[in-house]
Design a protein. Structure first.
Length: 556
């Protein structure tokens, strides 16, 4: 008799059955009775019907009306919206009459939105804001790996009037005269063009005197501070009444501070995800030390800061080449050897690449064909047809501008006292600590940086009311769920938040470069704060739209 044959029943408690082995799949099936028989579906976004007395319908806007049931592949009514191109008021940067910016405008049914408009801009430079509408915060979503568009219960149109704009000229569905993009030399040129377009937009939809808010991500960290500063400089509340800005994972500083300096510390923290070998990690840590990155980050993450600190490479020691201090790209390359589908926009992505109608931010690159379709462009009043690409013209000379944290961002804080800067913690392009380091080196409203640690107060995201049903259906997985979990999203504590002197910094767990895409409830909550619907991002309780369509509940 083998010893194992004698010991195994005893070790497993065979006589009592207390520790008997159990088939986990059988247990899951037995627990199915806990699941609801039919889960409730998350509410679709509130859509505003188009009628003759619609606030924004007039003789000038009539030609921009979009048939809410006529957008290809969208098998539900989008309600009232307007899309098309508007020219840039002359004189503009290029003085070309062919330059026009494309917009898609969705009025809100929320009564609190009657005198406000929120602008969304994607980054690039030269990336289409249709990506934000399509996969982040628009009234419908077509996420990577999904069969068709779905209503978005986290649509920002539930809160306010929203417009997504393709800019600068030549971006997305916008028009540019031949050679015109190359004439845009800096962010000041971008701001002047945008202001010329915006005046026409306000006149078209009779929005004179509306409160204006800017929101966006990535390179919009350059666009938005420069544009909003230019608006404020006009001292004209009829057209340029800026009340606040929200920029996520923003390009507000030099790449060395935003990305290179914090890259190795980030690797050390997240190597349980990246799984890079010990020798590589040791070597890259030695390089970070020699390049002065550790010294820089120690100074940059001291609260309050002792004073202005120079750029990271000023602390370098030894005989280093420029390439020696490019640590981030070496980490990316090493990560690709471990995970060939490594996505620096969201580090927890793995193979295979999900099919994507737009091809971004997936590194797999989809066909970019939806907004290139003739029927789609016709439905959106785009004429003449353009060859659409989600990210396009690289002839823009925008890198001639200094980072916004060096120039205009502080002034926007001081003139609005309502600036929100967010960062997704799983973003390995614009790193959370890099954004914080950049802000901590900026002076606004009489002081430099933050006086105390921004990591002490928790950022709370309300729960979606259908999350319990969705969790049950996902957990048991015995049949096709009736609830799309992607339309529910999670709630609870999702990072940290801190406000000083009119500037709020918020970190978002689980989110990568595109916060509203990865954690839609967090993006929605941020907008509630920007608009003044809640007093603090630490505030617990329901979303402010609970009594309408999109609600939160108490924690499960």
């Amino acid at each position: 008799m083998h010893l194992t044959a004698f010991l195994l029943p005893a070790l497993l408690g065979a006589s009592s059955g207390a520790l008997a082995a159990e088939n986990p799949h059988r247990r899951a099936a037995a627990l199915k009775s806990r699941a609801p028989k039919r889960a409730s579906k998350p509410a679709a976004p509130v859509k505003r019907a188009l009628s003759e007395d619609s606030q924004f319908l007039n003789s000038n806007s009539q030609k921009f009306v979009v048939n809410g049931t006529g957008v290809p592949k969208v098998n539900f009514d989008l309600g009232e919206s307007y899309a098309g191109r508007l020219p840039i008021t002359s004189p503009n940067v290029t003085n070309a009459t062919a330059n026009e910016l494309f917009f898609w405008f969705f009025p809100s049914a929320n009564e609190l939105a009657s005198n406000e408009i929120v602008i969304w801009l994607n980054g690039g430079p030269g990336c289409s804001s249709m990506d934000g509408l399509f996969q982040e915060n628009g009234p419908f979503q077509w996420q990577s790996g999904t069969f068709e568009p779905q209503p978005n219960p986290f649509a920002w149109t539930n809160l306010t009037n929203m417009v997504w704009i393709d800019q600068p000229i030549g971006t997305g569905l916008s028009l540019a005269a031949p050679g015109a993009p190359a004439q845009i030399k800096d962010e000041t040129d971008v701001a002047r063009d945008f202001a010329g377009f915006w005046k026409n937009f306000i006149d078209t939809f009779e929005m004179q005197g509306f409160d204006v808010y800017f929101t966006g991500e990535s390179y919009a960290g350059q666009y938005i501070p420069y544009i909003s500063s230019h608006f404020l400089d006009q001292n004209d509340t009829t057209y340029y009444n800026v009340k606040g800005i929200q920029i996520n994972d923003p390009s507000i500083g030099p790449f060395e501070a935003l990305s290179e300096a914090p890259a190795v510390a980030y690797l050390n923290h997240y190597n349980n995800v990246l799984n890079l070998n010990d020798s590589f990690v040791a070597t890259i840590n030695e390089r970070a030390e020699a390049c002065g990155y550790n010294t820089f980050m120690d100074l940059a993450l001291t609260f309050p800061p002792a004073g202005k600190f120079p750029e990271p490479t000023s602390f370098a020691t030894g005989n280093l080449t420029v390439d020696d201090c490019i640590v981030l790209e070496d980490i990316w390359l090493a990560a690709l050897y471990v995970n060939p589908c490594f996505n620096f926009y969201h580090i927890t992505d793995y193979c295979p690449f999900l099919w994507d109608e737009l091809g971004f931010p997936s590194l797999g690159d989809g066909p970019n064909n939806y907004f290139n379709r003739t029927d789609v462009q016709k439905a959106l009043n785009v004429n003449p047809h353009v060859d659409y690409a989600i990210c396009g013209d690289n002839t823009l000379g925008l890198e001639n501008s200094l980072p916004s944290s060096f120039t205009v961002l502080a002034g926007v804080v001081e003139r609005t006292n309502n600036v929100l800067v967010g960062n997704g913690n799983l973003d390995y392009l614009i790193l959370t600590n890099g954004t914080l380091a950049t802000l901590n080196n900026m002076t606004w409203n009489g002081a430099q940086g933050f006086s105390s640690s921004p990591f002490t107060d928790k950022f709370f995201v309300p729960y979606n009311p259908t999350i319990g049903d969705a969790i049950n259906e996902t957990f048991f997985q015995s049949e096709i769920p009736t609830v799309s979990v992607g339309l529910v999203a999670g709630g609870g504590y999702f990072g940290t938040t801190h406000t000083e002197r009119g500037l709020t910094f918020v970190t978002v767990d689980h989110a990568g470069h595109e916060i509203p895409q990865y954690v839609p409830g967090a993006g929605y909550r941020q907008l509630e704060f920007l608009l003044g619907r809640i007093d603090s991002l630490t505030e617990q309780g329901d979303f402010t739209t609970q009594s309408g369509n999109f609600t939160g509940t108490t924690p499960l």
